[in-house]
Design a protein. Structure first.
Length: 294
């Protein structure tokens, strides 16, 4: 019979095993070994982060829109710098199972509600004449980054168990294996968080994109060229938005020339948000994917 830990490793490599099932098996093993930290990690991913702080890898890029009764959902631009720019990333609290269901949807863009008190503050900041309803929008492709992070954590843990000789047989572990597992250090199983709650204290969130000075400017140049081509092909009723995006791309190239990494990141975020709010999803998802990889 296959060793239980080896089965878990194989499941990590299989495209036929859902992440929900993978987490269930990982939690089962952690419960058998009495590894509280791993049990909590799997439970939070399976049930959602309703009571625990949301890990850094679960913070996603969003854009905002307000509902005009006459014109429908309209873009709500937030500044790329200053306190309000913190709202351009939000924590994803949904369970893995819920995200898997959303991935089956035909919709490319998903929405999240915004707390009433935050909506009021945003309306006041923007001088909107009425307290319009505001929602945040995001591309569901960002779920892939979350899934990869979770699967990598499980895979790393399973490999570390094997290295220490903890394998499990016939769904049982020896006392020696349990003792070894308890003394193992689980590294980064819960990544640092960008905040402890959804903006109640959203406005106090310290969420940022941390590139750690690792921008590959050569690969970024290729992305910028791709963005330029997409802008030339963009079919949108609002040509002013396309012009504004082209101007932001020109500004981005200036920052790239001077190797100003912080400004490059902020401008990329600004372009992504502007593209998504303008309906140019190809640009928004391309840049979002690049930012997520930093």
């Amino acid at each position: 019979m296959a060793k239980l830990v080896i089965e878990l490793q194989k499941d990590c490599l299989s495209s036929n095993v859902s992440l929900t099932d993978l987490l269930r098996k990982a939690r089962f093993i952690a419960q058998k070994l009495d590894i509280t930290e791993m049990i909590d990690f799997c439970t939070n991913e399976l049930e959602g982060y309703t009571k625990s702080a949301v890990p850094k890898y679960r913070w996603i890029l969003v854009t905002y829109k307000f509902f005009n009764p006459c014109k429908g959902w309209l873009p709500f631009e937030l500044p790329s710098t200053g306190p309000l720019s913190k709202l351009l990333k939000r924590p994803m609290q949904l369970s893995i199972g819920e995200m898997e269901q959303f991935l089956q949807s035909t919709e490319d863009v998903m929405t999240m509600g915004v707390p009433a008190e935050v909506q009021t503050k945003l309306c006041e900041w923007s001088d909107l004449p009425f307290p319009f309803e505001i929602k945040s929008f995001f591309s569901k492709t960002q779920f892939a980054k979350i899934f990869d992070s979770v699967k990598n954590k499980i895979s790393d843990w399973a490999i570390d168990l094997e290295r220490k000789g903890v394998l499990g047989e016939e769904y049982q572990f020896t006392q020696q294996e349990k003792d070894i597992a308890k003394n193992m250090t689980i590294i980064n199983i819960n990544a640092p968080t960008n905040g402890t709650n959804i903006i109640g204290n959203m406005t106090n969130s310290s969420a940022t994109i941390n590139n750690n000075g690792k921008i590959d400017f050569e690969s970024l140049k290729q992305i910028v060229e791709q963005v330029k081509k997409e802008l030339e092909k963009a079919q949108t009723a609002d040509s002013d938005k396309v012009i504004a995006l082209k101007e932001k791309v020109e500004l981005l190239e200036q920052f790239m020339e001077s190797r100003d990494e912080n400004s490059v990141i902020e401008t990329l975020k600004n372009i992504a948000m502007g593209a998504i709010s303008s309906g140019i999803w190809s640009i928004g998802t391309t840049i979002t994917g690049y930012l997520s990889s930093l």
